[in-house]
Ligand binder design. Structure first.
Ligand code: T1G
Length: 692
């Protein structure tokens, strides 16, 4: 237990170091170690000042999230912070790295806090569906004031050292290594140059207007989430005497810990890291120092922008000067937008445009690129032609990737003499913003080429998920299935705006019809035409979208789709209602009323069913990979953890029962996956599959 915290007596300073890699999480051993070290330092007469630092890259970055859901182990972090605060001898903390959550609460239990200039402080608990549970909601307002504390606790955002100093969370900023700073600042305490105080003994002043403003901000930003409001509840009660305030905080913390939102958000936190664990993880990625992009449309320009952000030089090839002009304009717009959003410095922006980006109309200019990503029209013949040319033009070691959303990577690879160096890198639009990257592995893709796809994803700050080859890989295959049930419900009686509203109430940023309008109805139209020849006879036909497209209405890009955008905002479209009415009459359908809950149940069950088949077919490695695809590529509500984490809250048996009931209406659509039936029979869960 002692090795995660150490105590050194250096002169009259007791230096306590937390050493629990990788982020010094406040595990049970760390908590007990801190209590023991504080007691040892207080009983050592040679010591007059105590300092706490973190080893490695950061001061404690929070409670150990892996302990969530397990039987709590004493001492609880609240008690540890109070124990530090009660220390007879002054205790200072030197903060570096990402001092977050419980780590910041430990620091607030100390009597003074010094940060290095690059330290970042914050309370990210709300992103895990909880509130700070070790005194943060009670001590932070005593230093920052109720309004500031409510804002940064309920938002979960990070504060720079300067902002933390201005808001009272830091007492000083000092440059150097934490150990040296600790000794130097302990001396300043001795000399009376650094004041120390017990934060819990300060008073928090009531600020009702600030609380009202904080509540309004949260209601606007995250109306469906519980934890942000509970953060404000706890902060509002920081005017209580400390022990009463801590009791109130513990009550609210326990309430949040019991929510499905908390479980979903913790699942999402670990999901982003679990998907990096692929069979090829031990392979050495090939060096990628220059990137070629073929195609300067929305996707090609977005991919190029994403690579430029990561410092990768890019050569973009388009067919002609007009295409290059469009790409140049799109990339310039992406870069300028990033500068405007504060994501890119002006200097870096200028440097990119000056040296890192080259345009050409000649594929031969990609001869020296380490990796070429093709992002042209979604047509197999066009892609085959390009890959055949790239194969002759590019250096023998170059990797060739397609950004295709659906098409067969094996067929594309077969057009080259280097199938082991061909893979899919499926970006999501807008490619310089959306974090998901499906790394599509062909039958002959070499393991180190897969690892290279993941290394590129990490470098571009994407969340890479490994996908097998099928029509649509993971996300689009599942989307292609469950999107149909929205059309079926619309034809059967639920207005498309009701379906959108029901799913937005569930937590989706946008409902399926609004998403189709945004993406472009012509894309789905092209897919339906592409698949028409192989469409099963038993599959229901809904012609509404086709009729809309036949009018030339492709959604936002043509100002009309399911909705009418000509007024500048989304409005109902009576023309579509007339089309819907005509299609219902042609199908002999009398519209039935749908409850919003029924809409959600059908939509989510369809998503879960196809996701299960994607697992069965080995297209996704684990359920958590499917969850990650939907969390980072399809706007799935993060607090629900992803479709298969959500499925576990319903249970396989209930899902099978629903599908068997609906199969009486449409046996073709509601086929129960064998895996789901097995899970219903043996009571297993998708979480069990993740652990397997
Ligand atoms: N507990 C356990 N493991 C953690 C962890 C944590 N708090 N934070 C990170 N890890 C693991 C992570 O899973 C990964 O493991 C490895 O460390 C490296 O992480 C009472 C209750 C600190 C900014 O929410 O934001 O305090 O996959 O890849 O990109 O009020 O980790 O390698 O096996 O993310 O450099 C509040 C969560 C907790 C911080 C570092 N704290 N962590 O980012 O590395 S709740 C947080 C992060 C709390 C109290 C409440 C980031 C990071 P593996 P990484 P990184």
């Amino acid at each position: 237990m002692s090795d995660v915290t150490t105590l050194e007596i250096l002169g009259s300073t007791a230096l306590i170091t937390v050493d629990n890699p990788p982020v010094n999480a406040a595990s049970a051993a760390v908590r007990q170690g801190l209590v023991n070290r504080i007691d040892e330092a207080n009983s050592n007469d040679a010591v007059d000042v105590i300092a706490i630092i973190g080893a490695g890259r950061t001061f404690t970055a929070g409670a150990d999230i892996r302990e969530f859901g397990k039987t709590p182990v004493e001492p609880m972090l609240t008690e540890v912070c109070s124990h530090i605060e009660a220390s007879a001898k002054p205790v200072i903390a030197v903060l570096h790295g990402t001092t977050l959550g419980g780590g910041l609460e430990i620091a607030l239990g100390c009597h003074a806090r010094i940060g290095v200039p690059t330290v970042q402080l914050g309370f990210p608990e709300v992103s895990l569906g909880i509130i700070p549970g070790a005194g943060g909601t009670q001590r932070a307002p005593r230093l920052s004031g109720m309004g500031a504390a409510a804002e940064y606790i309920a938002s979960g955002r990070r504060l720079s050292s300067d902002e933390a100093l201005a808001k009272g969370l830091l007492d000083a900023i000092a440059d150097g290594e934490p150990r040296a700073i600790a000794l130097d600042q302990a001396e300043r305490v001795r000399q009376g140059d650094l004041a120390t105080r017990r934060v819990g003994e300060l008073d928090a002043s009531l600020d009702p207007d600030a609380i009202t403003a904080a509540r309004a901000a949260v209601a606007k930003r995250a109306p469906l989430l519980v934890a942000p409001q509970r953060c404000i509840d706890a902060v509002a009660d920081s005017t209580l005497e400390l022990s009463a305030g801590l009791a109130r905080e513990r009550e609210l913390f326990a309430e949040c810990m019991a929510t499905d939102q908390h479980k979903g958000l913790v699942h999402a936190f670990f999901a982003e890291r679990a998907v990096q664990k692929i069979p090829e993880a031990s392979e050495t990625p090939r060096p990628i120092e220059s990137l070629g992009v073929v195609g300067g449309g929305t996707m090609g320009s977005g991919i190029a922008t994403s690579a430029l952000f990561a410092g990768l030089p890019v050569t973009l090839v388009e067919m002609n000067a007009d295409g290059l002009d469009r790409a140049r304009t799109a990339i310039a717009g992406n870069l300028a937008g990033a500068v405007k959003r504060g994501k890119l410095s002006q200097d870096k922006h200028d440097a990119i445009l000056a040296s890192a980006l080259t345009f050409s109309t000649d594929l031969a200019d990609l001869a020296e690129s380490d990796l070429v990503i093709e992002a042209v029209f979604e047509d197999m013949d066009v892609k085959k032609d390009i890959f055949a040319k790239l194969d002759t033009l590019c250096k023998p070691t170059a990797l060739l990737a397609s950004n295709t959303s659906y098409l067969d990577i094996n067929v594309i690879a077969a057009c080259t003499n280097r199938p082991t160096q061909v893979l899919g890198l499926h970006f999501f639009s807008p490619a310089h913003i959306m974090r998901l990257l499906e790394v599509v592995v062909g039958d002959q893709t070499a393991p180190d080429v897969v690892a290279t796809g993941f290394a590129l994803g990490k470098r571009l700050r994407k969340v890479a998920v490994r996908a097998g080859v099928c029509d649509g890989f993971i996300g689009n295959r599942i989307l292609g299935h469950f999107r149909k049930v929205a059309d079926y419900m619309m034809l059967d009686g639920a207005h498309y705006s009701q379906i959108d509203a029901a799913l937005e109430d569930f937590g989706f940023a946008m409902g399926p019809f609004a998403v189709s309008d945004l993406a472009g109805l012509d894309i789905g139209w092209a897919t339906r035409k592409r698949l028409a020849a192989t469409k099963p006879a038993a599959e229901r036909d809904v012609g509404v979208s086709d009729r809309i497209c036949e009018n030339g209405w492709f959604g936002r890009k043509t100002q009309r789709g399911f909705y009418d955008y000509r007024s500048g905002k989304k409005a109902a479209n009576p023309d579509v209602d007339a089309i819907l009415e005509a299609e219902r009459q042609a199908a002999g359908i009398t519209p039935a009323a749908f409850e919003n809950s029924d809409i959600v149940d059908r939509y989510m069950t369809a998503m879960i069913a196809e996701a299960t088949r994607v697992i069965e077919d080995g297209i996704a490695l684990r359920p958590v990979d499917v969850d990650t695809v939907f969390l980072f590529g399809y706007g799935f509500p993060r607090q629900r953890g992803g479709p298969l984490h959500y499925a576990d809250t319903l249970g396989a048996a209930a899902l099978v029962a629903r599908m068997e009931r609906w199969a009486e209406e449409d046996a073709h659509y509601w086929q129960v996956p064998a895996l789901l039936r097995k899970m219903a029979a043996d009571g297993s869960t998708f979480a069990d599959l993740n652990r397997a």
